[in-house]
Design a protein around this ligand. Sequence first.
Ligand SMILES: [Zn+2]
Length: 134
Amino acid sequence: MPVPHATPALTRAAVTATITQYRAESRGPERLRLIVIGFFGLIGGPTLVAFRAMLALPGWLDMGSLLAGWVILVWSVTAVWKREQGLRRIYQLPCPHCGAPLLAPGAWSSKTPPADLAAALRTCPHCGAVAIAD
Ligand SMILES: [Zn+2]
């Protein structure tokens, strides 16, 4: 049976360290590598179409190269999204009171992430309870 006013298990230092580590991994070189692959997929297909005649390649490569470029782009976006979901599973900070995820929304949102609000105010932005000890 949960105690209604138990001392929060999270400390400000631990929350800040988790946020910092999550952001470092989320925005690290692996994500950049996947984005660059997707970008080259996006421009690679049309570039091959533009230079196909100059390179004396068969005409069926036009549709094939465009399709391959889009497949690479979709794969890249999916890989970045899955990686982000995995990192959130690893570094997620659930509120000790309501269990709401504090890391969401992610790095691409323009809103202040709930974890930053919780670290600054010590309260959960979802339920308002004191979620972080000093
Ligand atoms: Zn809460």
